[in-house]
Structures are given as structure tokens and as C-alpha cells.
Write a protein that binds this ligand. Sequence first.
Ligand SMILES: [Zn+2]
Length: 283
Amino acid sequence: MDLPFEQFPALSALGICRHVFTQRIPGIDVSHDKAEVLNRLDTAHREICNAIGVGDWPLFTAEQIHGNKIAVVDSLTQFQSRLPRLSPSARGEDEGEGFERTRRESTLTLPLSLVEGEATQDARGHAKIPAKTEIPERGEVEFPGSDGIITNQHGMALGVYAADCCAVYIVDPKTPAIGLVHSGRKGTELGVVTNAIKQMIDRFGSDPANMIVQLSPCILPPHYEVDFAAEIVRQCHALGVKEIHDSGGCTACDLDRYYSYRAEKGKTGRMLALIGLNPTIAN
Ligand SMILES: [Zn+2]
């Protein structure tokens, strides 16, 4: 199977993280609601994760309510008992409160305290997947009420889903720390990317001058009435970010490659944006 995804040269060049932006998956009917669509795309997304070497990394996602809250992961300890990779014995049978089974394996909804708080060349990647792929077990945590996640932890992945909204990848290679934000028109108006950067400064001591920001393809004028991607770039500049890459691609212009909520009237799939810091080498 040939699964389509892209990677951004500016992020690949850093050599400290793995990332992906999945494209339209051929042969999957996505004329359904979001939950069903994510369920149908899950196997393909997991195969792509496998192909880029993050298949067994825990995945942290956001509920994505078009708000501006950012979840912070500064330790994996609190998730240890819930993530298969971190604790093979605890894989759902003995889940505690707050644990609910949903689409994939087990999604943990945490009453985590949330603090206040979206690119230019694109390399087309095509993973050659063997006919029979072994998909590793993976723990998954979804943060309720948030639209972005930041972390300084290694060997785990941040994920957001998009179909017109922008996925904004933020990397501070010096600290190192990363962020991934879902920012459409509303989230951009609310400053969700601004919040993510400010939280990286406050929580991890990141300096915006060191940051690399990458915008995924998203819907653009004339297919949309607002150029929120340009606004995201302005917001990043205003905080002192110097290196900003805008993929410049419009999701609604290229339905062979992308899903577009607007162009497909709400019945469409989602691209998975994902990034994680490489594991540190153990002594
Ligand atoms: Zn367009």
C-alpha cells in the first residue's frame, strides 16, 4: 500500500524530531461525521506513524474545540500507568477513573489542569508499506478543552487533526521543546498559537528567537474569506519568532491531496499532523 504524507524540510533539517502531515488516504469513504471518519482513517494513520518511526510512541492529542487552551506535558510520570509503552502491564484492563474506551485503543480523558494559553516547501513522502503491517500498541491521551499541546519530553508524539484549519508546528531546538497547535479562523482570532509560544517561554524557558515555526497547508482565500494563515505568521513575528515557514498550500484547491471541510461541506476526512522529539540516547 502506498500511503501519502508530507514532511517539511525545515523540520526534517533539525535532526532532533520526527514529524508528519498525512494527506488524503485513497480508497477510504470519509463522507461521515468526525468520529467515524477518524475511526476509518486510524489504520492508515498508524501505518504512516509506523513508517516514520513513531508507531510505538505514546500519542497526545487535543479535543480541538476551536479555543485557545494549551495543554502542557512536562513529565510522563503522571501517565505512566496508562501508556502501554511505558508500562506494558497496564494496558486498559485495570484502567482507573477517567478512562474511557473510544475509537482507537484506549483514550484517556484527563481532568488535567489546562493553562491559558498554527509552511514552504513540502516534500512529498510516500511510505512503502508491506502488505501485512505489524502495528505496534500505542497509548493515547486526549486533553479535553484544548487546541494545542506543548512538551519538553522525548519519545512521545503530539497530534492534531485538520481539514482546512492550520496545524502549526513549533520547535525550539535549543531547550529543546516543541508545540503543536490546531488554529483555524476562530482559534487564530483567540490567539491559540500566541498562547502556545508564551507557554513554551514560561514553562520551558524557550526563546522565540530560537524557534522554528512551520504552518501546514490550510484553506486560503479565495476559497475562504479570511487569511488566518497570514495572521498566524503575524502573531509569531510579533512574539519575536524569526524563522517561520508557511507551506502555502490551500486544502480546498487540491482535493486529490487534502481533505477540505469547506469544499466538501463538512463530510470529509482529516489530515493528522504529528511531531515528537527523538528519544534521548540512554547511557
Ligand atoms: Zn484554495
